[in-house]
Design a protein around this ligand. Structure first.
Ligand SMILES: Cc1ncc(COP(=O)(O)O)c(C=O)c1O
Length: 389
């Protein structure tokens, strides 16, 4: 009953793992990539009030105009990039929808799409479903998994049509170096590539500034900027995101959006306005807490022998598990079985993730402390075994 194109989509490498996890008790999960915080009160209230005021209908396909206006102000305030709220901003069902319809709006059958690896799991699926071919661009631990123009250039072919970038990165926590980012934009100009930039973690940066791709020289005209509320405002369940792009490409995305979605959830959109109007203090306090946990986890991992470079964005650490001699998948299954700590195999994010696992530190400080203790035992046991054997 199913189409050949769906068969081309690789099954999620982590589903089996999460099935095992669901059947176990007392597990400390560093597996799931979402904030442990509940959406701040005043944002929840705004959603509830909108429902109670009877705002229960569809909105404009583009999303509520006041929300788009606030998004435009935010993009200008943070990065100095200008978007016309009427024609260049589309409110989506999470960044997830934005990624999918951006890829579908620009990729023809047989086009190549450059994907930095390791990278977020949905990019590859979107490219395959759109009939495109994935062109992997490796990133390496030696330079903190940052994307280099050299690696991009080596992967470009005459078939290349677009590049999907996701920085700060899931799963590595890497951020872009501003000079490399500009060199990558220059390559995109030279080879006429569309840049789809998923900047969902733009507010979760530890030291330094976020590099907004659309703000770089020559980028605006060819960039589709994907963003959303899930991570910065702890709003994963509301399903609210947005895309900013030149009117022509936004209109093409709208063609898909209007038929498959209609409009993003109305209560979520009202809550989104409140988040942008009054949520800055919440962003800052969650960021400070993530930073505390980040330092604890990264120091602790290096201490137990799981070498980890310093992640500068998002809420993930991506340590090497080389010391145990295990594959990434074996490590994650055995750590779960033996010590009840859930982490995700690096290979779930592409072949370049072999030898690493992803740990999400959007979980309580004390839980991370306990997880580190358990990992210390695990590594001690297995390093000893592999040295002896
Ligand atoms: C890099 C990246 N992009 C997009 C998403 C999806 O975000 P949303 O909840 O806005 O659909 C995630 C969620 O984990 C992510 O890590």
């Amino acid at each position: 009953m199913t189409s050949s194109i769906v068969h081309r989509v690789r099954p999620s490498g982590i589903r089996k793992f999460f099935d095992v996890l669901a059947s176990m008790e007392h597990v400390i999960s560093l597996g799931v990539g979402e904030p442990d915080f509940v959406t701040p009160d005043h944002i929840r209230e705004a959603g509830i009030e909108s429902i109670q005021a009877g705002r229960t209908h569809y909105t404009s396909n583009y999303g509520l105009l006041p929300l788009r206006q606030r998004i435009a102000v935010e993009m200008q305030r943070l990065y100095g990039v200008r978007y016309d709220p009427e024609h260049e901003i589309l409110v989506t069902v999470g960044a997830s929808e934005g990624i999918d319809i951006a890829v579908r709006a620009v990729v023809n059958h047989g086009d190549g799409v450059l994907l930095p690896e390791p990278g977020y799991v949905s990019y590859e699926a979107s490219v395959v479903l759109a009939g495109g071919n994935v062109q992997p661009v490796p990133t390496y631990a030696e330079n903190g998994f940052s994307l280099t123009a050299r690696a991009v250039e080596q992967a470009i072919t005459p078939q290349s049509r677009a590049i999907v970038m996701g920085f700060p990165n899931n799963p590595t926590g890497a951020v872009l170096d501003p000079q490399e980012a500009q060199a990558i934009v220059d390559l995109a100009v030279e080879h006429d590539l569309v840049i789809i930039s998923d900047e969902i973690y733009h507010r979760l940066i530890y030291g330094g500034d976020h590099v907004c791709i659309a703000a770089l020289k020559g980028a605006w005209d060819r960039t589709i900027l994907i963003n959303g509320f899930s991570k910065a405002y702890a709003m994963t369940g509301w399903r609210l995101g947005y895309t900013c792009a030149p009117a022509e490409v936004l209109e093409a995305m709208m063609k898909i959006h209007q038929y498959v979605i209609m409009s993003a959830p109305t209560a979520a959109q009202w809550a989104g306005i409140e988040a942008l109007d009054h949520g800055e203090a919440d962003v800052q306090s969650m960021l400070a807490e993530y930073d505390r946990r980040r330092k604890l986890l990264v120091t602790g991992l290096n201490d137990v022998g799981l070498t980890c470079f310093e992640p500068r964005g998002a809420f993930y650490a991506f340590p090497s598990i080389a010391i145990t001699g295990m594959s990434s998948e074996e490590f994650s299954f055995r750590l779960l079985e033996e010590e009840h700590v859930a982490v995700v195999s690096g290979t779930a994010f592409g072949d370049a993730g072999e030898g690493y696992v992803r740990m999400c530190y959007a979980t309580a400080y004390e839980q991370i402390q306990e997880a580190l203790e358990r990992m210390r035992r695990f590594v001690k046991r297995h390093t000893h075994t592999s040295l002896a054997s």
